[in-house]
Ligand binder design. Structure first.
Ligand SMILES: Nc1ncnc2c1ncn2[C@@H]1O[C@H](COP(=O)(O)OP(=O)(O)OP(=O)(O)O)[C@@H](O)[C@H]1O
Ligand SMILES: CC(C)(CO)[C@@H](O)C(=O)[O-]
Ligand code: BAL
Length: 383
């Protein structure tokens, strides 16, 4: 049987207020007749959606009930960094949707798509526990309402997408920012991220979306996409959550194993010395990045002096001083605008392992770590 929209959805006016435009968008989909029976995370009211129609029907109800929706996109393998974004979303929205989807198009052909940690059961337990915490904290506006965990068939309805740089497909590209830094090392990465975020935003239609500062270039790309495609969405950024020694939490840290984990703060240390130079008043690229590169070299030399069964080898991919909006490299920081210090290092696989040594999940492959520090604008006196 065909879905028959009610009359209010069929207005052809382009001057509709945002709420009615949203209603009209929902109305064009055959949602009501196609929804799958709902499931929830055990011992919670958190709905699990894997199909778009059922999610859209739920979303429409939120709209009718004047409930705002915040979306936290993730690839699962949840940790405190993700939870902090969900807490932020719950403080600002009536209903939080967490998406869990390992998006193939943002992985290069030789990257770790097949190995990427998948921890569905543990993720559900973390969401259950966080939901209880949010319910007992009177300061929140809302709670975790739903998890969206689609299949690739759902997210890419025209077929399995290409991971090739020159492959065909329907993609969103944000250039030049998406080609710089992380985009230079991972040429399909931001195309994949922007494409999947556009899809998630179209499916969930959130008022607000939440991203972590840890992936700073991703936040710049998503903000630019929202601006340039005139999307009615507020992009909210949460602070980087760190381990006690300063390492930024990341789902891929499980690949490191104990030996590399101890040295994995190298990038953080390098960025911190550049930040300290900025705080002292240094503003040129050489004054800021010189000490950062020297610190990385020193830490590598320390490792190379150790025996093969003790050392950790790493390569600095880049350490960057960039404009906060374009991420283009800067020779000098305009202190009224500030800058983004960011970097990436490759932690190379252990070449000589001790008997029974913990090399990390999946045998300890090369792990690319990223991190950044925002150099905040400084008020400049006019006298
Ligand atoms: N340590 C962190 N602090 C704050 N936000 C984070 C942190 N780590 C990840 N996020 C954010 O969580 C969201 C989902 O990220 P994702 O699922 O890729 O986790 P991840 O730990 O970054 O994984 P990966 O190791 O693959 O980069 C992104 O917006 C990301 O910036
Ligand atoms: C935003 C995102 C969920 C898109 O797949 C991913 O890039 C991530 O986890 O940061
Ligand atoms: N957190 C960014 C996702 C990725 O590196 O693929």
């Amino acid at each position: 049987m065909l879905f028959r929209p009610t009359k209010i959805f069929l207005s052809s006016s382009t001057a509709l207020p945002p709420v009615l435009r949203l209603l009209r968008l929902f109305s064009t989909q055959p949602t009501l007749k196609q929804r799958a029976p709902g499931t929830t995370i055990p011992s919670t009211s958190i709905k699990i959606f894997s199909e778009i129609p059922a999610l859209r029907q739920w979303r429409r109800k939120q709209l009718f009930d004047h409930r705002s929706v915040g979306l936290v996109p993730t690839m699962g393998a949840l940790h405190e960094g993700h939870l902090s974004l969900i807490r932020m979303a719950a403080a600002e929205n009536s209903a939080v949707v967490v998406s869990i989807y390992v998006n193939p198009t943002q992985f290069g052909v030789h990257e770790d798509l097949d190995k990427y940690p998948k921890t569905w059961e543990a993720d559900c337990r973390m969401l259950r526990d966080l939901d209880r915490e949010l319910a007992s904290d009177g300061g929140n506006m809302g709670k975790i309402a739903a998890v969206f965990a689609p299949t690739t068939g759902t997210m890419y309805p025209s077929g399995r997408p290409t991971q090739e740089v020159n492959g065909h497909g329907s993609f969103v590209t944000i250039t030049p920012v998406g080609s710089l830094l992380e985009g230079a090392s991972r040429p399909t990465f931001f195309r994949g991220v922007a494409t999947v975020c556009m899809k998630l935003f179209n499916i969930v239609m959130p008022e607000r979306v939440y991203f972590g500062q840890k992936d700073v270039q991703q936040t710049v790309v998503v903000k630019k996409m929202v601006k340039d495609f005139c999307m009615d969405i507020q992009v909210c950024i949460g602070d980087t959550i760190r381990e006690p020694d300063g390492l930024a939490m990341s789902s891929r840290n499980v690949y490191l194993g104990q030996r590399r984990r101890r040295v994995a703060t190298v990038l953080r240390k390098a960025l911190c010395v550049a930040e300290a130079a900025y705080t002292r008043g240094c503003r040129t690229r050489d004054e800021l990045l010189g000490p950062a590169n020297a610190m990385a070299r020193l830490l590598l030399l320390e490792q190379l002096q150790l025996g093969h069964k003790e050392r950790v080898e790493f390569e600095v991919d880049y350490i960057s001083l960039a404009d906060p909006e374009t991420m283009e490299e800067l020779e000098n920081v305009d202190a009224t605008r500030g800058a983004i210090l960011s970097g990436a290092v490759r932690m190379l696989p252990i070449t000589a392992a001790e008997e029974g040594e913990d090399l990390g999940v999946s045998g300890g492959p090369m792990v690319r770590l990223i991190d950044n520090i925002i150099l905040k604008p400084v008020a400049v006196s006019d006298g």
